[in-house]
Each structure stands twice: as C-alpha cells, then as structure tokens.
Design a protein around this ligand. Structure first.
Ligand code: GAL
Length: 435
C-alpha cells in the first residue's frame, strides 16, 4: 500500500508541478497577452490621444462625444488630434506613417470592414477587444451584421460609433420647384432632368475632389448592377471586365458630364454649398451632409433641404460605419479602453449621432433625440438591403482604394470605359481582391 501510495504521491507531485507550471504560464500569458485588450479596475488617467479626420465643420459631433467622455473620466487628458480632409484622405496617410514609426495614437478612427480588417488587422497591428465587448454587453446591443464587419475568427477589432448611409441625393425643395423639376428616381430620369437643368444654366450635380467622385461611382455601380451583382463584384463572383461593369463606367461617364468643372478643387462641404447656394440642383453624398446642413448651416430637414436615395438605388442602403480601435503599442490602454466605452455607450452615441447626421449603432438608442432625416435613415437601415461602401472602406482594403482613385482619375480624362474596367481588374488582383 505504502509503495503504491508513494508512487501515486510522486505521480501527483509531478502532475501537480506540471499543472502548476502550466497554470502559471497561462496566467503570465494572460497578463501580458499582447493581442488582447486588458481590463482592470484602475481609474483611467494621463494623456489620451485620439486621432480622426473630424476637424472643423466635421467636429461638433466629436466634441459632444468628448464632453460625454470627460464627464465620466475627468482625470484623463484627452488630446483631440485631427487631420483635416474628407473621408480621411490625409489622416489615413499620416496614421500610416505614425504606425510604421511605432508612434501610434492611443486610439484612432477607422472604417468598419476591409479598411480595418484588410489593412490593420491583417498587418497584426490591432488589439482584440472581445473582452471589452463581453464586459459591456455589446454583443447583444450592436447588430450582428455590424459586429461581423469589425470581427474575424480571431477577435473583434474596433468599436463602431455610428452608421452612415452613402447613397443619398440632397437638394433644396424650393429650388427644384422654382426650376420646375421633380426628384429623379432612376438614372434615366436623372439624365433627363439634368438636360433640363443644364439648359437653364444650373449645374445638375455638384461634385468635389476625387474621393467624392468615388462615392458617386459606387452609387452609380449600385444603380446599374443592382444589389446582388454589386455584392458579387466585391466577393469576386462578378468579373471587373464583365459588360455590366463596363456599363457602370459608361453611366458614370454620363454623370460626370453633368458635374461642375472645378470639382477636383472642391471639398465635400463646398460641393454641398453649391446646392444650398442654388448654383447646383443635386449632390450625391453620405449623410454627414445632413449633419453639416443641420448643425453648421442650421437648415431644417424637409424644408431647408430635402433628400432621396441616389437615382436607381431605392430599397438599398449603402452602408459605412466609423469606429475606433486600439493599436498594439498603445501607451495608455486604461484611458483608451475608457474612450472606447464612451464610443459604444448609449449616452455617447446619442450625443454624437444627432449632430453628425448618422444613426446610432446601438439598437437601444433614444430615437426621439434624432432629426426627421435620421429617423428616415434608421427606418431604411432596418428595412432596406444593406450593401457596403467602397469610398468608405467597407468592401475594399486601402491598397485597392488608393489604386482605384488613380483609375478613376484616368477615366475622368480618357472616358474609356473598357480600359477603366480592365484597370480595375488589375488592381483587384494586385490587392488580393480577385484572381
Ligand atoms: C467618411 C466618414 C464620415 C465623414 C465623411 C466625410 O469617411 O465615415 O464620418 O467624416 O467621411 O469626411
């Protein structure tokens, strides 16, 4: 018996020490797990740099979110670092340099979808936020489709603060009445109305710099292809050289014929101003334009400005979402986690979105705080077919987006639809989006 006991004891000791060392390793691993965010009960304090492109006219919503944050975390010194330029054209370049130099901000704005996953997550630069999602109950409060766009099999990588719609056409109702034109519902109707407007010396469609043209391209692509084929373009099932895609470029070329000549030098706000000022009849732009018209220009939705889906896209919602993540190497994780808690909170989202023109991601937001425009967008989001935006990072990685700008600029000069389709195919292949 003694002998057996001794053997069992030795075995137990050996096993015990294996388990003990295993447990120790596991706990060491979890406390220094560089891939996952660490939650604790520390009071967040010190410097917190948040990085975005919400500067100037785009700032009021972010300012409201920051006020909400400061109420909860008074000991944090929030540094609001912004690089101006719509859709992050300049901010993303600055961010890339900082990330490559190992000088990341504590948290930065990034679009849900491929801009996040195909760029920063693929490069292994982000912290997995799954523990935070579990802790905050967000898995039950954010729509599962949105969570899919910010997650992979290995984790969840950012906190979405808003949902924007990119296929919106803006106009001033009294101006359309004065010019005797109706809101066009299809591309053909749009082209017919555009002829009438052009004959009167009115710019039918105001456009700004290249990224706004890309956004208009995605609107035309959705109108020309329809929801199913539009989605197939991004999952590789529809070839970029397919005649249907060539037709997208042809329609886009027609659209360009009705835009202002100085588009390349205008910001998206200046393109909106052309509509508000009566030089142009329509503008296709994401619904941050509603935020600009309501919050900055003080126009009333419905009377001061009107909206409709971009022609040919009724029943579809071209989706994008701004989110914030935490890069690896973040020097104040406690404060960054606090910031993300504010971004995902009900009070944070209800402070930010009514001013921004976007709708909340949370399904329990207080919609009585939102404008007539946002209520209509929320209704569309609940009922329409959701497709992803190209210009705002959902369907393509940053490599493709940058190359696509060049393809579009060349098309603007050549108006050669077939070569643009061929060039798009080549950049889809070189950016790992098609074979
Ligand atoms: C988008 C962004 C919006 C808005 C817009 C114009 O990419 O998601 O929140 O900022 O650019 O800059």
């Amino acid at each position: 018996m003694k002998k057996v006991f001794a053997i069992v004891t030795i075995a137990a000791l050996v096993m015990g020490s294996i388990f003990a060392s295993g447990a120790k390793e596991a706990s060491t691993m979890s406390s220094v797990d560089e891939n996952k965010v660490t939650l604790n009960s520390n009071t967040p304090k010190g410097d917190l740099e948040i990085f975005s492109w919400w500067a100037g006219d785009e700032g009021p919503a972010l300012d409201a979110l920051i006020v909400d944050f400061k109420g909860d975390y008074p000991e944090v010194n929030l540094i609001n670092a912004t690089v101006t330029g719509g859709s992050g054209v300049n901010a993303k370049a600055v961010l890339k340099t900082r990330m490559l130099n190992n000088d990341p901000p504590e948290s930065f704005q990034v679009h849900a979808g491929q801009e996040l996953i195909g760029t920063w997550v693929d490069a292994d630069r982000m912290l997995d936020l799954t523990p935070l999602f579990e802790d905050q109950g967000w898995l039950n409060i954010f729509p599962s489709d949105v969570i899919e766009l910010i997650g992979t099999d290995d984790g969840i990588w950012s906190v979405p603060v808003c949902v924007h719609k990119s296929n919106v056409m803006w106009y001033i109702p009294s101006n359309l009445k004065k010019w005797g034109v109706k809101v066009p519902k299809t591309l053909d109707e749009f082209f017919a109305v555009a002829e009438v407007l052009q004959a009167k010396g009115i710019v039918p469609l105001s456009m700004g710099t290249t990224w706004t043209a890309v956004e208009n391209w995605e609107n035309v692509a959705l109108a020309t292809l329809g929801v199913a084929d539009y989605n197939k373009l991004w999952n590789g099932e529809l070839a970029w050289t397919d005649p249907k895609v060539v037709e997208v470029w042809e329609n886009f070329g027609k659209l360009l014929d009705y835009t202002n000549k100085d588009a390349a030098s205008l910001s998206w706000q200046q393109a909106t101003d052309m509509v508000v000022g009566g030089q142009a009849a329509f503008n296709f732009m994401g619904d941050w334009a509603a935020g600009y018209m309501m919050t900055t220009l003080k126009l009333a939705p419905g009377t001061g400005f009107g909206w409709a889906n971009t022609p040919g896209t009724t029943g579809a919602f071209q989706f994008l979402s701004d989110s914030f993540g935490i890069p690896k190497g973040c020097s104040n994780q406690d404060a960054a986690v606090a910031w993300l808690k504010a971004c995902g909170s009900k009070s944070g989202q209800d402070a930010f979105n009514p001013l921004k023109g976007s709708i909340p991601v949370r399904t329990d937001a207080d919609m009585s705080l939102y404008s007539a425009y946002s209520k209509s967008a929320a209704d569309n989001f609940a009922n329409d077919d959701i497709v992803g935006s190209l210009a705002h990072g959902v369907v393509a990685n940053e490599g493709f987006m940058n190359d696509f700008n060049a393809v579009l600029e060349r098309f603007n000069e050549s108006r050669d639809a077939k070569s643009a389709a061929q060039a798009s195919k080549e950049i889809a292949v070189s950016n790992n989006m098609a074979n």
